[in-house]
Design a protein. Structure first.
Length: 359
């Protein structure tokens, strides 16, 4: 752990008391909700369709931990679940009216590339149409706010580095990188980014956008690389590795991402975008081998776990390399990751070993 401290979230909110988080039962959204509940007195409205990758367990644990602090002054829970699918325009508008937010953090999205290849329609419906419905509902809400609340209102759209396509052996993505999505998932997220920017320039909606690198950490649904490898290796099952394993990703610990999101949402330049990366470039092969080494130490009965690594056919359109240049968010907002990859990965492996039954 570095000496960098996490931001003072209550100070960042600066009077924004009603927070709407879409996708708050997901991996990154859940981490945002937990932070808001623990470190502020805000009312958190969690809009989530509660699909296959949703899990409220961690949030329920925080509410139990907080005791009386989990309640607002009028006695209601500070966490309000709005079980809504953004593809339903009327339900989305009703949820926004109920939340009456001062700040919206839009994380809800279909996000697994393999699933987007198998069924792209769900990604267009959720990521494109869903974002459109949310923007329309939020725009109507914002336009009707009293002047004081209207002036401080913000809409933060959380996106991915995959919208930029694939890098060669050198260079990094930045806020000026041209969009070049290669999968149905990244194309749907690119479309949603463009919608958010259009609603800012056409209608004046006060938006901020961030594009992040690959997240990892506790509570991630076990379909992404790191939890898949940990759980399969721990169970003594073959560890799938796409192609030659040389695809590079920039790994970002989820709590460091939450720091960046809260900074950008509250203090980022309106109409601006920020790239968030963890200074954690690794090939998939390096990530898998690092997990195996950690498991050899923590679960030696299965060692060497690297014997389980199995090459599988590469997926279509598999981008070769992603890397993020976070200079802007570091320089303007003072963000730095608090975890290096080795520390974050060790914490993550230990967490999954302790929670195997849940997974």
């Amino acid at each position: 752990m570095s000496a960098t401290s996490s931001p003072d979230v209550s100070a960042l909110l600066a009077g924004r008391h009603r927070i709407l988080v879409t996708g708050g039962a997901g991996f990154i959204g859940g981490a945002v909700v937990r932070r808001l509940l623990r470190e502020t007195e805000a009312l958190v409205f969690n809009l989530d369709k509660c699909g296959y990758a949703s899990d409220l367990t961690s949030i329920e644990g925080v509410l139990a931990e907080l005791g009386p602090r989990a309640l607002s002054p009028d006695g209601q829970s500070r966490h309000q679940l709005l079980r809504v699918d953004l593809t339903n325009a009327e339900a989305t508008a009703a949820a926004v009216r109920q939340a009456d937010p001062d700040l919206v953090l839009h994380l809800a999205a279909e996000s697994h590339v393999d699933r987007s290849i198998e069924g792209p329609g769900a990604f267009i419906a959720s990521n494109v149409n869903g974002t459109f419905h949310l923007l329309q509902a939020v725009r109507s809400h914002w336009e009707q706010l009293p002047a004081e609340r209207r002036d401080t209102f913000r809409f933060h759209h959380i996106s991915t580095d995959e919208v930029f396509g694939s890098l060669g052996p050198t260079g990094r993505f930045s806020e000026t990188t041209l969009y070049d999505p290669r999968s149905p998932y990244s194309a749907s997220k690119a479309a949603s980014d463009h919608l958010v920017n259009a609603w800012h320039h056409t209608f004046g909606l006060p938006v901020v956008l961030t594009n992040c690198s690959n997240n990892y950490g506790p509570w991630q649904f076990p379909e992404k690389l790191i939890p898949v490898v940990i759980l399969k290796a721990a169970a003594g099952e073959p560890i799938p590795l796409y192609g030659d394993g040389a695809n590079v990703r920039d790994w970002l610990y989820v709590e460091d991402h939450v720091d960046a999101l809260l900074l950008a949402a509250n203090r980022g330049e309106l109409g601006g975008s920020y790239c968030v990366g963890g200074h954690g470039e690794r090939t998939n092969q390096q990530v898998v081998e690092a997990i195996c080494i950690l498991l050899d130490e923590l679960k030696p009965t299965g060692a060497p776990h690297s014997r389980l690594i199995t090459s599988v056919t590469d997926r279509p359109g598999h981008d070769r390399r992603y890397a993020i240049d976070p200079t802007r968010i570091s320089g303007e907002l003072g963000w730095q990751p608090r975890h290096n990859f080795e520390e974050g990965l060790a914490d993550t492996v230990r967490w999954y070993l302790e929670h195997q039954r849940r997974c």
